[in-house]
Ligand binder design. Structure first.
Ligand code: IVH
Length: 673
């Protein structure tokens, strides 16, 4: 083989540097600058050159993450310093007591500065870097002795094989969590399910199962990630004097840290952080089970020291458990607006995710059969944030005798009409249409809802009565209701009836998109309704258009196009629309050509909480002006609207030099149009 030329060596070195740089931008900064395709091209180029010159392959080459031979067992590794655990708190009182203990011990009554971090629900791992090279990775084990998972850890793309820069300590042991992002967990389970294999119960188990694979090739396929959260043994080198500053050093060296980490002055600010993270939890891309508070100054940490196996200077404030056991008392089928029959489990009440739960959705009959949920079963119920509680799985060992599989009813429980289910769909539907009182009730509730016609006071209980008393037979009948009729209903005095009548009248003054959304066309949600309204500006052209044309509008595919066309072709629907318009429903005539508004085609991103405007309202107003509202900041973003406690989008905007607006500036801008 010819000796590699200096030019080739230079080329390989440059490629490695480039790939590492892009890896860093992607996994650590969350700010990729090239497409996946371009990245793959660079990667393959390096692979080809290394194949031609294997003598130039180094252990820290990005192509060398996956080792060749599987292990037969994991070696044991003794930790240089024990890996400790954390004390737990479940209430604000316990957190306040923790702060008081710290202040008492330090003899200080001033606010303590804390670092607040999410408590990641992953697997604790120690990584050791020698002269910047990853030489060892180990699990926590019993805290003193863990397992050598170096080969598997090398396959995790967010773990650097080589630290960046040069000012890191000679020996640096960091600790953190290996976790599986929620999205990767769902994809993995889907794949396992399709292959008929056993799925994982939660992302933590999936991460543990993937990390403890003897064959690193399997780990490499599992999209694991890593966040650094603490320091282990350090030799010959200087770390900063605050925990948050150390995390910043870690980031500079290419070690990923959780972007949700924040400093808090005093314990009240820590509690605010806890509630904020609790609210953000469902949207976070990774699973957390609480937050961790750490006294930020290392000098104070040293003075506080440890007690048994946990530091006195840190505390895990846990969220209420999201999963609990309960028992299925009954399974009923609810009929929705489109006639879909949704099985619902009535449960023995149980406190989970911070609320008492007595019902859980079972989604559809296929899901009930797949999970084999039966009346009498003991089940795991999950409630995460504001998400509807669901049955995760059945504890089969606890199943009583003589239970039966659940069958789809042949007739609708609300109207007795035939129930049909296409083999290609998981949803079963009642064929009763608006003859079915359950569908009619749901259609009216939707029509009156806040984002639709916004009829304040026309709540569920009132709608139920109106349908049961046959005062309403379709949505257009809402506008025939009189104060006298309404005053005859339970829970409605004369005053409230008059108020509701006024609200019904006021709702006639609406917007085109609200009206379209209120009609309840299948699959036409708010954003599709807005697109349609923006596109057609008037009802007649929309009613007369065809499916091919509809599909040329963004977000509208063949199925939605069919639903829209079908809706406007049905005589019954055309009649209702006529009656609604005759009752006086109207919206502003199109005056603006959206393409010519100053905001047309401009992309906005909203971050943080807005005070006066809700996010929905801001989005609505911007879209009405022809602007796009996107969820992530890129070079193409024109404006980022920054509310209170903005997230990483704000820093991203600053980094990319995108114009930032305050809420007040946005409002001034909208008013000026
Ligand atoms: S600090 C001496 N920070 O929770 C303190 N731990 O219950 C060491 N964990 O074994 C831990 N998120 O694996 C720390 N932000 C975070 C954490 C965190 C999750 C895990 C860690 C530890 C366990 C203790």
């Amino acid at each position: 083989m010819p000796k590699p030329s200096p030019a080739l060596i230079k080329k390989i070195t440059a490629l490695k540097k480039k790939i590492n740089e892009h890896n860093y931008r992607y996994h650590i900064l969350d700010d990729p600058q090239i497409s996946d395709v371009s990245f793959d091209k660079l990667f393959r180029e390096l692979q080809t050159l290394e194949k031609q010159h294997p003598e130039l392959i180094t252990q820290d080459s990005p192509t060398q993450r996956i080792g060749a031979t599987p292990l037969t067992s994991f070696n044991q590794i003794e930790h240089a310093m024990p890996m400790l655990s954390l004390d737990n708190a479940f209430s604000d009182q316990e957190v306040l007591a923790f702060n008081k203990r710290i202040q008492d011990r330090l003899g200080c009554d001033k606010a303590i500065e804390y670092a607040c971090e999410p408590k990641l629900d992953g697997i604790a791992v120690s990584l050791t870097y020698q002269h910047g090279k990853l030489i060892r990775a180990a699990t926590r084990g019993d805290g003193n002795i863990g397992e050598d998972i170096t080969l598997n850890s090398r396959t995790i793309l967010s773990i650097p094989l080589q630290l960046r820069g040069s000012d890191y300590p000679d020996t640096l042991e960091v600790r953190g969590e290996v976790y599986m992002p929620k999205k990767a967990f769902q994809q993995l389970n889907q794949k396992l399910q399709q292959a008929g294999e056993k799925t994982f119960v939660n992302p933590r188990n999936a991460a543990a199962g993937s990390l403890r694979q003897l064959d690193p090739k399997i780990t490499a396929q599992r999209a694991l990630a890593f966040f650094t959260h603490s320091v282990g043994a350090v030799k010959k080198g200087q770390l900063a004097d605050k925990h948050t500053a150390i995390l910043q050093q870690f980031e500079q060296w290419g070690l990923p840290c959780c972007p949700q980490t924040q400093r808090a002055q005093g314990i009240e600010a820590c509690l605010d952080y806890y509630h904020k993270m609790g609210a953000q939890r469902p949207q976070l891309p990774y699973e957390i089970d609480g937050v961790v508070y750490k006294v930020n100054a290392l000098a104070l940490q040293q003075r506080l020291g440890f007690i048994s196996r946990a530091p006195r200077w840190a505390l895990a404030h846990k969220f209420p458990a999201q999963e609990e056991l309960s028992r299925v008392l009954a399974i009923e089928f609810q009929v929705g607006r489109t006639g879909a029959l949704t099985p619902v489990a009535r449960l023995e009440p149980v406190f989970v995710g911070g609320a008492t739960v007595s019902n859980a959705t079972l989604h559809n009959i296929d899901e009930v059969n797949r999970k084999d949920i039966r009346v009498g079963d003991t089940i795991v119920v999950r409630r995460a944030g504001d998400v509807i509680p669901e049955v995760v799985r059945v504890i089969k060992e606890k199943r009583p005798q003589h239970t039966h599989r659940i069958q789809l009813p042949k007739n609708c429980p609300a109207c007795g009409s035939e129930v049909t289910k296409l083999a290609s769909e998981s949803v079963a539907r009642c064929n009763g249409g608006l003859y079915c009182p359950a569908q009619l009730k749901e259609a009216i509730k939707h029509f009156a809802s806040r984002k639709a016609m916004n009829i304040e006071g026309l709540g569920n209980k009132i709608v139920d009565q109106l349908v049961e008393k046959s005062l309403i037979k379709d949505v257009a009948d809402v506008y025939t209701l009189t104060t006298i009729q309404l005053a005859g209903l339970e829970r409605l005095g004369e005053k409230s009836a008059a108020k509701l009548c006024r609200a019904i009248a006021a709702s006639k003054n609406t917007s085109f998109s609200r009206f379209l959304y209120a009609l309840g066309i299948r699959d036409v949600g708010i954003s599709t309704a807005l697109n349609l309204a923006q596109h057609f500006q008037q009802l007649q052209p929309l009613m007369q258009t065809d499916e091919t044309y509809l599909q040329s509008i963004s977000d509208i595919g063949p199925i939605v196009a069919t639903h829209i066309k079908k809706f406007f072709t049905q005589t019954h629907n055309k009649e209702i629309i006529q009656r609604l318009l005759a009752a006086g429903i109207h919206w502003p005539k199109p005056t603006l050509n959206k393409k010519q508004t100053p905001l047309a085609g401009k992309t906005f991103v909203l971050t943080g909480s807005l005070n006066d405007l809700s996010r929905e309202e801001a989005t609505h107003q911007l879209q009405e002006q022809g602007a796009k509202v996107s969820s992530s900041v890129s070079k193409k973003t024109n404006y980022v609207v920054v509310g209170k406690d903005p997230g990483s989008k704000f820093s991203q905007a600053k980094k990319l030099g995108v114009t930032c607006l305050t809420e007040a500036e946005l409002q001034t801008l909208l008013r000026s149009l």
